[in-house]
Design a protein around this ligand. Sequence first.
Ligand code: UDP
Length: 320
Amino acid sequence: MRALITGGAGFIGSHLSEALLEQGHEVLILDNLSTGSIDNITHLKGRPGFEYFIDTVTNEPLLAELIDRSDVVFHFAAAVGVKLIVEQPVYTIETNVHGTEVVLKHANKKKKLVVIASTSEVYGKSEDVPFREDSDLVLGPTPKHRWAYACSKAIDEFLALAYWKERKLPVIIVRFFNTVGPRQSGQYGMVIPNFVRQALAGEPITVFGDGTQQRAFTHVADVVGALLKLVVEPKAIGQVINIGNKQEITIQALAEKVRELSGSNSVIKLIPYEEAYESGFEDMPRRVPDLTRIKGLIGYEPKHQLDEILTQVIDYFRKK
Ligand code: UDP
């Protein structure tokens, strides 16, 4: 099989590229290096069956040609990271909505399977955990830019499902829950790479809010394993599917764990949300996936737990 990965030089896309090549598939990457990095794919250059194109998905002639050459499209190119989203709302909305629109339009010509990367962020402020794919989405008001990200991804989901319903374009929508692991950058606000970098530099570890908010982190290897199985499972087509891990931790406890596992003397410092992001910023207290659907489809069970993830990320930053 030949796969096109938009955003393939990003964190998840680069791990997926590697896994596909290892299984003997061919990979085309289209990435404009906005949040991705050439360093993520340098080691893949020259591998048989691997090609990459540094350009945006809005270069439609190129996009159309690459889709034409592929059997499946993983659409991962998007604006991500809460910090980036809050600071650049226009870019976020335009990139996420328009990018998906053109990918679906061109994939539809020859009915190529499209996997749309969505996010647990779409569940918004809902407190009805664990989140099931058919749960209500509870978003905040439009002046709070965080919700523009959730909303842009929800529109992507609506559009993909509309293409499936109305035009029989095969689509699979995956909602990622706090995917982490080596290669993830802290530059766009993600908590684990930030904490690890701070701990190793002996800088204060910055816990936003009061640190009682909880998250459940998923190793990128579990996500990639699930994606490889989902694209060959016909029952996954036309579905929205959570991919995550249910092991929860508070952000305060996470900071303590990072400090301990990295042998750091950093202090842990609480930073009010309005200082970290913007005034009136709303965070979600808990975010846990219901994994019944993906378990039923492919027998998914996450294999990597938090201590292992943190050890690997610490190791990655040390080498870097
Ligand atoms: N967070 C934090 N310190 C940081 C970065 C993030 O305390 O340096 C918090 C953030 O406010 C949120 C959680 O960690 O409650 C997870 O943040 P992240 O941006 O990684 O993902 P989110 O779950 O918000 O999409």
